[in-house]
Design a binder for this molecule. Structure first.
Ligand code: 6PG
Length: 243
């Protein structure tokens, strides 16, 4: 099956997670600034990556004191809710990683979708230090993304208004296109594009259909993600129908 440009097929989900961890370490190693901004993906695919980073093979290779952690989207539920991406990441990273509390920039989920999106955009602007994004100075060193079975990424769902947001850095998604059907807050295309690297992690046979549709040239939300740097796809054989 033809694959998006920048696609790498790997044997399985573990190989995808390890390749993503290697890329994250490399992005940190050549990050130009004192602070490193990494935007985490939600869902289930990245859990193994986060556990690897906290594990013996990688924990000493991540410059934890320099990295600031953001989210590409989250559900508008309390951070301890089983649907929360914050809870997923906290459980996956565990409690052993030395992340300074001031380096955790979670999406505010207690303000509602609209006010929360505005507040998160303010958090991003405060960190970036400017009101507008300069392509020569990306906001993120690395953005991690997943692919939904309908072709969404972050909480940018087909046919939803957030797709058309061309200036705000974060947007409310009151009616997501897939379960869980709770309001979301998502980064927008301009914010995702303000990156040195975008890395999609796609595993499992359930992602064959969106990959086929992307390969056929459908303008699914995931296909519209750009980067000031590079976009790469780490895809396992099950999703790529290879092997
Ligand atoms: C979310 C994610 C979402 C996810 C895809 C893939 O909040 O659910 O941000 O965009 O990355 O839906 O999810 P899986 O990795 O669970 O297949």
């Amino acid at each position: 099956m033809p694959l998006p440009p920048g696609a790498h097929i790997l044997a399985d989900a573990e190989a995808v997670a390890r390749a993503a961890a290697d890329r994250l370490v490399a992005v940190c190693a050549d990050a130009p600034g004192d602070r490193i901004a990494i935007c985490l993906s939600g869902g289930s695919t990245p859990k193994r990556l986060y556990a690897l980073l906290a594990g013996p093979d990688y924990v000493d290779r991540v410059p934890w004191a320099r990295v600031h952690w953001f989210f590409g989207d989250d559900r508008v539920v309390p951070w301890d809710d089983p649907l929360s991406n914050v809870r997923m990441a906290r459980e996956a990273f565990g409690h052993g990683v030395p992340i300074p509390a001031t380096h955790l920039h979670f999406i505010p989920s207690d303000l509602g979708a609209e006010a929360g999106a505005r507040a998160y955009a303010e958090t991003l602007r405060d960190f970036y230090g400017a009101e507008s994004l300069d392509p020569a100075r990306p906001l993120f060193d690395l953005v991690l993304l997943g692919l939904g079975e309908d072709g969404h990424t972050a909480s940018l769902f087909p046919g939803k208004p957030a797709l058309g947001e061309a200036s705000a850095w974060a947007a409310p998604v009151p009616e997501p296109g897939m379960a869980p059907f709770v309001p979301r807050i998502t980064l927008t295309y301009p914010a995702l594009a303000a990156s040195r690297w975008v890395l999609f992690l796609v595993t499992g046979a359930g992602k064959r259909d969106p990959l086929r549709r992307l390969a056929a040239g459908e303008a699914l939300p995931a296909s519209r993600v750009t980067s000031a740097g590079q976009v790469a796809w780490l895809i396992d054989e099950a999703a790529a129908e290879a092997g």
